[in-house]
Design a protein around this ligand. Structure first.
Ligand code: PLP
Ligand code: COI
Length: 355
């Protein structure tokens, strides 16, 4: 039985795959480090935490996550600090959100310390996989899924918690051209948009594919009732600079409460920049682009980091933002956050969890 301190069995890989990797040519999410962590929830308890060589796991085709979607994930990153230490960025924020997702999907809680200790142990073992390059990091993907082999619709009696890691470069390699979605919805009131549920992403694929066919990189999701208010992007939260203020949609049950968003708002407030978390009408953004009030827009997320938006499409019309290369705040925020994450600036907020 596992209580406060984690007892992890470790089976090391006989050979490392690291020599096969070209660190100068990383595709996001395609490369995996040598090890993974797996734990089982059985008989009402988390047990059997183990680190083993990354590889396939054998499962029944009847497991309920495959049929009824009890599955969710997290995303966070580890960095090599300037002084050589290894750090994970704000893992307790992800631990908290992990349990919010679990609660909504009727899945068991994982004590926050066990979540963080699991990640720290895995990152420690594979720390040579952390890229030491600007804009690069070791991406960490914790996830939980239902493993009971049963076709009745009910909460599973067993689950697996797993963590994978892999070196990544930037998720987006250019400024974004995004489309305001006015037909499909990602999340609805009373639903689970705030959770990192696998199903939220499944439902976003067709609309995103259609938008990609029209030349867009991402969607701006809007509220499902009227499609009149901005919510977030497909893989990131969204922030605007309007009239010198930082403005972002307030979080609600349809929006993922991003750790990057939270960090940026805290930094902006520390600069005494006016910050508004509120509902943002699509028309406010489009009119503001036309009048010059909207000076910048950017996607913010763990994978996305801070990616400027160059243009927004709405009902066949393209609204072009001022040249993102001249955007003051996206660049300044990115530098401040990166200096902190790579250990080049004092971590006054205690955001770096040293492994
Ligand atoms: N919104 C969605 C839909 C996401 O997938 C992500 C990525 O995790 C975010 C927002 C940003 O969240 P975070 O900053 O915690 O990575
Ligand atoms: C992340 O930023 O960690 C995400 O989960 C985005 C993604 C779906 C790749």
């Amino acid at each position: 039985m596992v209580t406060d301190t984690l007892d992890i069995q470790i089976s090391r890989a006989e050979n490392s795959n690291i020599s096969q990797l070209d660190f100068n040519n990383l595709t996001f999410g395609k490369h995996f480090s040598d090890h993974m962590l797996v734990a089982d929830y059985e008989d009402g308890q988390w047990q059997n935490f183990r680190i083993l060589p990354y590889g396939e796991i054998s499962l029944s085709p009847a497991i309920s996550s495959l049929h009824y979607g009890q599955a969710f994930f997290e995303g966070l990153k580890a960095y090599k600090l300037a002084d050589g230490r290894v750090s994970v960025f704000r893992p307790y924020k992800n631990a908290e959100r992990f349990n919010k997702s679990a609660e909504r999907l009727c899945m068991p809680q994982l004590p926050e310390d066990l979540f963080v200790q699991s990640i720290a142990a895995l990152v420690d073992i594979d720390q040579q996989w952390i890229p030491e390059k600007e804009n690069h990091a070791l991406y960490i993907r914790p996830f939980m899924f239902a493993t009971e082999a049963a076709l009745g619709v009910h909460p599973s009696s067993s689950y697996k918690f797993c963590v994978l890691t892999g070196p990544v470069g930037p998720y987006f390699s250019k400024y974004l051209k995004v489309k305001v979605e006015t037909e499909y919805s990602r999340a609805c009131d009373g639903g689970f948009g705030f959770a990192k549920a696998a199903g939220n992403y499944a439902g976003s694929l067709l609309p995103a594919k259609k938008a990609a066919e029209e030349g867009f990189d991402q969607l701006i999701w809007t509220d499902s009732r009227e499609h009149a208010y901005v919510e977030e992007l497909g893989a990131a939260n969204i922030i605007f600079m309007i009239d010198g203020k930082m403005v972002t949609p307030s979080t609600r049950d349809t929006i993922l409460k991003g750790v990057t968003r939270d960090s940026i708002l805290e930094i902006a407030r520390s600069w005494n920049l006016p910050v508004e978390e509120r509902r943002i009408a699509v028309t406010e953004v489009l009119d503001g682009i036309k009048s010059g009030k909207v000076t910048e827009a950017f996607g913010v997320g763990t994978a996305a980091t801070i990616t400027p938006i160059a243009a927004i499409g709405f009902e066949g019309e393209i609204y072009t933002l001022p040249d993102p290369a001249k955007g003051e705040y996206a660049a300044k925020l990115r530098k401040t956050l990166d200096d902190l994450k790579y250990g080049r600036a004092a971590d006054t907020n205690n955001w770096n969890f040293i492994v």
